[in-house]
Design a binder for this molecule. Structure first.
Ligand SMILES: [Zn+2]
Ligand SMILES: [Zn+2]
Length: 364
């Protein structure tokens, strides 16, 4: 059984497209005329009848945006405008995927290494880049799967907005154990998803449980303690696995779960893992922190993020995965890609890439 996109959601999108002449989505400003939306972020698109979605790339893609006017009861220090409190859902085969945006923000140039003055002049003239903290929810016909858990600030409101309770999450897949990915796994120090099985790569587990690694990184001591609290809380539900070394085996010989492959994407952390979802021939790679600053790391994949635990390995991983998804036409979603956090990777030659985010389109 497919979990349908609710009619009220579709109505909300239509209303938004038809009634809104100009709106902000993530870091983009879009102007719509009822059929076409033009945005200043390289995601121009044409509105099409959602009942007859055009399958552009063998991707059954029906986007919906829930304008999430949550009644946040006076506790959001990081207040955003209502039109940035967005949950976006779309379909991949029989699965429905929702982007759960915890935060939209600007990244700072001093968080990057390896960028030449010429690169900065070309790609980051304002010394900042659009960034975000996202988690993702995949609803297959029989399982609700959370991929990372953000900080846990808006996560629970977002899940509730999809008519789900925390008890309805069956599986959690972790890309890695940085605080902006595992914060939502505990709530008031207790397990936040009591019925969920937690999947984590063996090398990631080994790293965060290593006393030697913790002693070698005194500035990250709190991160180690947080990761260990999460592991302790979920210890009876923990599944450790070794990710596939290459995403090349087709058809896959050994999937992690039905329709889900864990792909080694080491470098940002020692066991950083991307997840490849496939349903009815349509695919999506949720790549975690393979990329932090799309604006410069797509054209210049050698630029690294300061928190990468192994910068050289993270560059190699980024190049391998960019080449793979561009060649295979696999859309990607990322935890630090500005809303909507999903789009296509296009090779522009000479090892450079461009990112084309999906935006407020139906039948894209
Ligand atoms: Zn990270
Ligand atoms: Zn991160």
């Amino acid at each position: 059984m497919i979990t349908p996109i609710k009619q009220k959601d579709t109505d909300a999108i239509l209303k938004n497209v038809k009634d809104t002449s100009e709106f902000k989505i993530g870091g983009c400003v879009c102007v719509c005329n009822g059929e076409t939306c033009e945005c200043n972020c390289n995601c121009n698109c044409t509105y099409k009848n959602p009942e007859k979605p055009e399958d552009k790339r063998a991707l059954k893609f029906v986007l919906s945006v829930l304008v999430f006017i949550a009644l946040l009861q006076g506790n959001r220090a990081m207040a955003q405008s209502p039109n940035e409190q967005l949950v976006m859902s779309f379909e991949i085969g029989y699965s429905q995927v929702s982007v759960l945006s915890e935060e939209q923000r600007s990244g700072r140039i001093d968080a990057l290494t390896g960028a030449t003055p010429q690169m900065i002049k070309s790609y980051l003239p304002d010394s900042v880049y659009p960034s975000a903290v996202n988690a993702f929810l995949v609803r297959t016909p029989d399982k609700n799967i959370l991929i990372d858990a953000g900080y846990g600030r808006k996560l629970f409101d977002h899940i509730q907005s999809l008519d789900l309770a925390t008890e309805d999450i069956h599986i959690i897949l972790l890309t890695h154990m940085h605080g902006d990915h595992i914060g939502g796994l505990l709530r008031n120090e207790a397990i936040a998803f009591p019925k969920a099985e937690l999947y984590l790569s063996q090398p990631e587990y080994d790293y965060w449980m290593s006393d030697q690694a913790m002693q070698a990184s005194p500035d990250r001591r709190n991160g180690f303690l947080q990761a260990r609290k999460v592991i302790a809380a979920y210890k009876d539900k923990l599944h450790l696995f070794t990710p596939e070394a290459e995403p090349a085996a087709e058809p896959p010989t050994n999937t992690l779960l039905p329709g889900i492959r864990g792909i080694a994407a080491y470098g940002h952390t020692p066991g950083h893992t991307a997840y490849l979802f496939e349903s009815e021939g349509s695919r999506l790679l949720i790549w975690g922190d393979v990329n932090h600053a799309m604006r410069i790391q797509m054209p210049c994949p050698d630029v690294t993020y300061a928190r990468d635990s192994n910068p050289a390995q993270s560059v190699e991983t980024r190049k391998r995965i960019l080449a793979y998804v561009a060649a295979k036409n696999i859309p990607i979603a990322g935890m630090h890609i500005a809303f909507p956090g999903i789009g296509d990777v296009i090779s522009t030659g000479n090892g450079a890439y461009a990112f084309e985010p999906y935006c407020l389109c139906l039948g894209f």
